[in-house]
Design a protein around this ligand. Sequence first.
Ligand code: PBG
Length: 343
Amino acid sequence: AQESHVSRTPQPNTIAPFPAMRLRRTKSSGALRDLVRENTLTVADLIWPVFVVEGENVAQEIPSMPGVVRRSVDLVVKAAKEARALDIPAICIFPYTDLALKTERCEEAWNPDNLSNRAIRAIKAEVPDIAVMTDIALDPYNANGHDGIVRNDEIVNDETVAALVKMALAQAEAGADILGPSDMMDGRIGAIRTAIEAAGHHNVTIMSYTAKYASAFYGPFRDAVGASSALKGDKKTYQMDPANSDEAMRLVERDLREGADMIMVKPGMPYLDICRRVKDSFGVPTFAYQVSGEYAMMMAAAQNGWLDGDKVMAESLMAFKRAGCDGILTYFAPRMARILAGN
Ligand code: PBG
């Protein structure tokens, strides 16, 4: 959905002195609060990330993400139907890859029949009007757990980009609507855009994980996709330093020039300043990923009775709208959608 509000700071001389102005007046009833509310969260703002696993009728719990399961393709299709019935516009696929398929060259990433591509095809066949988003990075298929190909302890950029292009083409071929490069290699957006245009996929969009930080908040996700045990070292030579903000602006400008349609900031809650800066500076479709660790924190506190789960969920998602985001990738998507639908 579109960002609902453009922030403007009033000039000092437009503020009346007390008691001409009492800011409590417009808070004094629910009706008044409804009238002056600046931002709205709707179901059209939500993208639901789901984990896929081999098998049939399989739903595996993920201990560090209470309430989130890995689903076999048949159950992912069922989940997509439920999501569409709730008016959730998009679903994002993340595969759990068997250890036996992980190699140093990551060939499974561009196998047209890999788990992720089978899930995309199955969803598009049965729920054609939900948008299917993918993740483009080699980590699910990499024996090293890294997003790029590793040689002599180095994550090699250009060779990784060539692999990512093959991966992107296979996903577009399978029917993906939104490609999500999350690898943070240099030059990948341009290379992917050129290749999918040449292959005739003119309407396949790219949501670039542009400002993706080297964050400790991805821990539960790495459990969910089975990448934690494989990962050697950290991702600091490609993901962003949490201390940086100007660098994010350079990355956004670069990704837009290379052909990104939408920009993502990740993680979400600790990086709302980056969301606002991207929206204000570029005015392009801006998304945030409320990542696994953010979800786990809120769920853990709610399960302990320390926080009200529904309320912190709704408040955290509204904060993204206030920060200028057009939408949010969140594991809470179906739960929030049910509340927004009034049940
Ligand atoms: C893979 C990828 C990651 C996430 C999305 N895509 C993990 C990582 O970069 O290590 C994290 C999502 C989450 O934590 O919910 N490149």
